[in-house]
Each structure stands twice: as structure tokens, then as C-alpha cells.
Design a protein around this ligand. Structure first.
Ligand code: ADP
Length: 168
């Protein structure tokens, strides 16, 4: 079978962490092509970083992987998966706490697009407690996030926290 298999790794990436990069890198070894889909807007969340910043952070973090491209999307994730020709959506699972939500999403998405499978990779041990929200919380209070996010994100946080202080 010479089919070109494309996988979609969707998320908000607010901001990208090494936990995300780990999943994307593992996906790139399993599929011919990876599309990282960055949610532009959501009814569910407010974002710390604007879409262009979130997309650029991911692009720089995966620049070393030549079968990976990063795109923003503003539609149902299943529609976006169809649009890019993905046969699979791949996500990371950290703990039991991720499972409930992810299981619901997988069922909903299967109903919307039965031809697309959702596949989960277990988070690598060293990133299993790492989340974008945790990183945001640490960074806003001036803690170091150097071990968890790429240097461009560290720099953006530094700038943002500096701005908060200037506004005080
Ligand atoms: P978060 O849940 O941190 O806001 P996203 O919505 O950007 O992250 O998630 C995109 C995908 O990356 C999801 O499938 C999520 O489970 C996964 N993910 C997030 N952090 C990690 C991590 N540390 N290890 C493995 N997968 C992760």
C-alpha cells in the first residue's frame, strides 16, 4: 500500500510546551506527514497568546521535523481533518483526568466523521504533569519555565510579565 498517511495533531497550544513537541515528534515517526492544527478561536477558552504567536511558537519548535507543518484553523476539528486529508487525529494523554474529556471528544468526533480515527499516545513520563495552563501560571508569577517550553516562549513570557509590571 503506497498511501500517503496524514495525521492531525490538534490543540490550542497556548503556548506550545515540550510535552506537545514530544507528541508531534513521535507522530512524525509514525505517519508520512503531520499537520499540527492550532485552534484560532474557541467558545470554550480565552487564550493568553494570539493565534499568530501560538502558530509561530509551534512552527519554530518543530522546524527540525521536515514532515511536519503547522496551520491555524477555525472550524470543527473533524472538518479541518478532512480538509487536510488526515486519516487520523493524534493526541497525548497525560493522566486519568484527561481521559474523561478525551473519551467524550473521541465519541463525538467519530459521530461527525466516522472515517477518521482518534489515536492517543501516552505522555512521556517527564512531561506527564506538564500543561500549558501550569506553565502560564508559573510564568505569570515570575517562575522559571525554561525546562518546559522553547526559548522563544520563555522570551515572550518575559516580555509579557514585564508589560504587566509596567502597567502596575
Ligand atoms: P492543553 O491541554 O495543555 O491546553 P492543548 O489543548 O494545546 O493542551 O493540547 C493539545 C494536545 O496535546 C492534547 O491532546 C493534549 O492532551 C496534549 N498534551 C498537552 N500537554 C501534553 C503533555 N505534557 N504530554 C503529552 N501530551 C500533551
Amino acid at each position: 500500500m503506497s498511501e500517503h498517511r496524514i495525521v492531525l495533531c490538534p490543540g490550542s497550544y497556548d503556548p506550545v510546551t515540550y510535552g506537545h513537541v514530544d507528541i508531534i515528534q513521535r507522530a512524525s515517526g509514525l505517519f508520512d506527514e503531520v499537520v499540527v492544527g492550532v485552534v484560532i478561536g474557541s467558545t470554550r477558552k480565552k487564550y493568553m497568546f494570539d493565534p499568530d504567536a501560538r502558530i509561530n511558537f509551534v512552527r519554530e519548535a518543530v522546524a527540525h521535523l521536515d514532515n511536519v507543518r503547522v496551520e491555524g484553523f477555525n472550524m470543527l476539528v473533524t472538518e479541518f481533518a478532512r480538509q487536510v486529508g488526515a486519516c487520523t487525529m493524534m493526541k497525548g494523554l497525560r493522566a486519568i483526568s484527561d481521559f474523561d474529556y478525551e473519551f467524550q471528544m473521541a465519541q463525538i468526533n467519530k459521530g461527525l466523521a466516522p472515517e477518521i480515527e482518534t489515536v492517543y499516545l501516552p505522555a512521556s513520563a517527564k512531561y506527564s504533569f506538564l500543561s500549558s495552563s501550569g506553565v502560564r501560571e508559573i510564568a505569570v508569577w515570575g517562575g522559571s519555565v525554561d525546562d518546559w517550553v522553547p526559548a522563544n516562549v520563555v522570551e515572550a513570557f518575559r516580555h509579557m510579565v514585564g508589560t504587566y509590571h509596567e502597567e502596575d
